[in-house]
Design a protein around this ligand. Structure first.
Ligand code: PGA
Length: 235
């Protein structure tokens, strides 16, 4: 993994209708040339709903430096698991990354560390990079349930649940400390910060993190492009 490039992920969660997603993409593709230089410093990953993956991939295939992530994956392989989306199905569409263990999945869908570990295994087998989301107290336990080899294929997103969607990002020293803990637990892999990242605070988070996982501020395409520009500018 290229650690010198910052990784910026747009996590759309369950937002956007099909036409809203299309509008975002059309503007993003149109403006791509205006931030092409920033792409030397930044890898962008867009994580839409499963439903829009194909449409997003079709557009992003023509945009250098932009890839596509699923927001989740089944812990089962291909098979008789009604309603589930298997890692190999995602890979066959051209999905390169997938979020796992997001705090909303843990909170609202009861996902456990061991379920998240099974998802990581499925993704790695399908050659998709897992983006493993953890709060501070989850770092150690989550890391203990995967092998060092698996960990070396992951991107970690440190996301304090209290900061997500609150408009109040966590204080920098605390973020710095948690990122150090995550690097010790998972190895020398990219560790991103997520939780109320916006155009005012992104510069400071990028001083200590290898990138950002962005929810609310990724929904408006113009705002998200501002965040991309921030990877290549001083505050
Ligand atoms: P937020 O969400 O940027 O809206 O806080 C981040 C996330 O949940 O990934």
């Amino acid at each position: 993994m290229n650690m010198s490039k910052k990784i910026l992920i747009a996590n759309w969660k369950s937002h956007k209708t099909a036409s809203e997603a299309q509008d975002w993409l059309t503007t993003f593709a149109k403006k791509h040339q205006t931030f092409i230089e920033e792409m030397d410093h930044c890898q962008v990953i867009i994580a839409p709903s499963f439903l829009y993956l194909e449409a997003v991939i079709k557009v992003c295939d023509n945009l250098s430096g932009v890839s596509v992530a699923a927001q989740d994956v089944s812990h089962f392989p291909l098979g008789s698991y009604t309603g589930a989306v298997a890692a190999r199905q995602l890979a066959s569409l051209g999905v390169s990354h997938a979020l796992v263990g997001h705090s909303e999945r843990r909170k609202y869908f009861g996902e456990t560390h061991s379920l998240v570990a099974q998802k990581i295994e499925q993704l790695i087998e399908a050659k998709i990079t897992p983006i493993v989301c953890v709060d501070e107290q989850e770092i150690q336990q989550q890391a203990e349930l995967i092998t060092k080899q698996q960990a070396s294929n992951c991107i970690i997103a440190y996301e304090p649940a209290s900061a997500i969607g609150s408009g109040m990002g966590q204080d920098l020293p605390q973020v710095h400390k948690a990122i150090d803990i995550a690097k010790k637990a998972f190895g020398d892999v990219p560790v991103l910060y997520g939780g109320s990242v916006d155009e005012r605070n992104i510069h400071e988070y990028l001083l200590v993190a290898d990138g950002a996982l962005v929810g609310g501020s990724s929904l408006d395409v113009e705002l998200f492009i501002q965040l991309i520009s921030a990877t290549n500018s001083k505050p």
